[in-house]
Design a protein around this ligand. Structure first.
Ligand SMILES: NC(=[NH2+])NCCC[C@H](N)C(=O)O
Ligand SMILES: [Mn+2]
Ligand SMILES: [Mn+2]
Length: 353
């Protein structure tokens, strides 16, 4: 009897929660963090495939606002500065300028009471989105970094000089001492502890990144862990580590290259042997069920890579993942009247994690 009412309460809570979803979508047509043209068109390709329309069909009461694409001005003084002295950070002036604006936008959207969905663009934009999230919530935050790569290089360890391989190292407080002074980045405070970060999907990690992961004891689930434990156990273990009290706002930084190349071919640094789309969706359904997703980045969709069919497949995968993040259920949406009827779902609805 008691148990049943607990279950019902959970359900009501979840239903209520899912019924009041407020979402803000922001596009960041940014590609200076890596060398391949086209990733700046990611946001428009995802919108064109119907993201906004699909999002509004999830529940009766999705309150969605599309904030359009971000525009930024390059800080003129930085252009000279970079030419003189920021070694091994290609496109640095753009990275600093875009992220400063982006952080402000993300902060505004979250303060507006919305889950901020940022469409990339390359992964260098996570510096701005995480910073904005931290500033808006004014509280502890945890990060789930879903990616084939750790994006944990500094300008000293990176062999490519591509900033999309560095955002996590720019954000982590433990790595602040390993950077030179970065002009134009004073707005960004590396305040998030790497203890509050978990990786899922890793399979292409550079040696220095591996060293940092091991030395700092970073929670990192590579593909072999997904294989060994299964994706739901991996997500539970990740949350146990980064949000043990289940109270933090969750930031998901989702690189589409976490998916296998067959599932998401149109991306700049794809790696075989990755997540299936099913696993990718499952991650976000579970995060949604916590009720604490604060912001999500979906990055590295590059519509200039591959055939038309490749692009369609990649964009489609991105949309499925985003839909799961904001409450689309593969079981189908329950009608509101069901609240008063006994539930007879078999197998039982997954418990909140
Ligand atoms: N966001 C990404 N796709 N990053 C790929 C990074 C690849 C490599 N580790 C580098 O630092 O250059
Ligand atoms: Mn990646
Ligand atoms: Mn990445």
């Amino acid at each position: 009897m008691l148990r049943k009412s607990v279950v019902n309460l959970r359900f009501v809570k979840r239903y209520f929660h899912s019924n009041e979803t407020r979402i803000g979508v922001l596009g960041v047509p940014f590609e200076e963090g890596q060398p391949k043209v086209g990733v700046a068109n990611g946001p428009d390709a995802i919108r064109k495939a119907g993201l906004i329309e699909q999002l509004t069909t999830i529940h009766e009461k999705v309150d969605l606002k599309d904030y359009g694409n971000i525009k930024y001005e390059i800080m003129a003084d930085l252009v000279d500065e970079i030419q003189q002295n920021i070694p091994n950070m290609k496109g640095y002036a753009h990275v600093a300028s875009c992220n400063q604006k982006l952080s402000k936008e993300v902060e505004r959207i979250i303060r507006d009471g919305r889950v901020c969905l940022t469409l990339g663009g390359d992964h260098a934009i996570a510096v701005g989105t995480v910073d904005g999230h931290i500033k808006a919530k004014n509280e502890d935050l945890c990060i789930l970094w879903v990616d084939a790569h750790a994006d944990l290089n500094t300008n000293r360890t990176s062999s490519s000089g591509n900033v999309h391989g560095m955002p996590m190292a720019l954000l982590a407080s433990e790595l602040a001492d390993y950077w030179p002074y970065l002009p134009g980045m004073d707005w960004q405070k590396p305040v998030i502890s790497i203890r509050n970060v978990a990786y899922i999907g890793l399979r292409s990690v550079d040696s220095y990144e591996r060293l940092v992961i091991d030395k700092l004891g970073i929670t990192a689930f590579g593909m072999e862990d997904v294989e060994n434990y299964g994706i739901s156990t991996v997500v539970k273990m990740a949350l146990d580590r980064i949000d043990p009290e289940r109270k933090r706002s969750i930031h998901v930084s989702y690189d589409i290259d976490s998916l296998d190349s067959l599932e998401a071919p149109s991306t700049g640094t794809s790696v075989r042997g990755g997540l299936t789309l099913r696993e990718g969706i499952q991650i976000m359904e579970m995060i949604h069920s916590t009720g604490r997703l604060g912001a999500m980045d979906l990055v590295e969709v590059n519509p200039s890579i591959g055939s038309e069919q490749d692009v369609k497949r990649t964009v489609d995968a991105a949309i499925h993942i985003i839909m799961a993040a904001v409450g689309h259920s593969r079981r189908g949406l329950r009608l509101k009247d069901v609240d008063t009827l006994p539930l007879q779902t078999f197998p039982p609805t997954r418990q909140l994690i």
